[in-house]
Write a protein that binds this ligand. Structure first.
Ligand SMILES: [Zn+2]
Length: 108
């Protein structure tokens, strides 16, 4: 998984709180990870994987966590693409309006 700073910045209110509500145990374990951006997949010093190995965490729960993280990343990506599109539409509208104003002035 590639590091996505946009997910952390833009989606901090929605995506992250969804994870926090659903997997408070994993997030608590994650505070013990060596890396703050740990994805709990194969990183060294991962406290979540350590809990998995020691039986404190069941693998299906971590799988569901990964599934939610991926889903949120996907939703975030879709939202960002949608945002870029509406931004372009907005600019197109402004350009059109500017042309109309200009045309209107020239008609005087
Ligand atoms: Zn980890």
């Amino acid at each position: 998984m590639i590091d996505n700073p946009g997910l952390r910045e833009v989606g901090i209110g929605t995506a992250s709180s969804g994870i926090a509500e659903t997997f408070p145990d994993i997030l608590k374990l994650a505070t013990g990870c060596r890396f703050s951006d740990c994805h709990h997949e194969q990183e060294p010093g991962c406290a979540v994987l350590e809990a998995l190995r020691s039986g404190k965490l069941i693998s299906s729960r971590l799988e569901n966590y990964h599934r939610l993280v991926r889903e949120l990343a996907f939703e975030q990506e879709k939202a960002e693409i949608g945002l870029a599109r509406s931004e372009r539409r907005r600019w197109k509208g402004i350009t059109k309006l500017a042309k109309e104003i200009k045309k209107g002035k020239e008609d005087f």
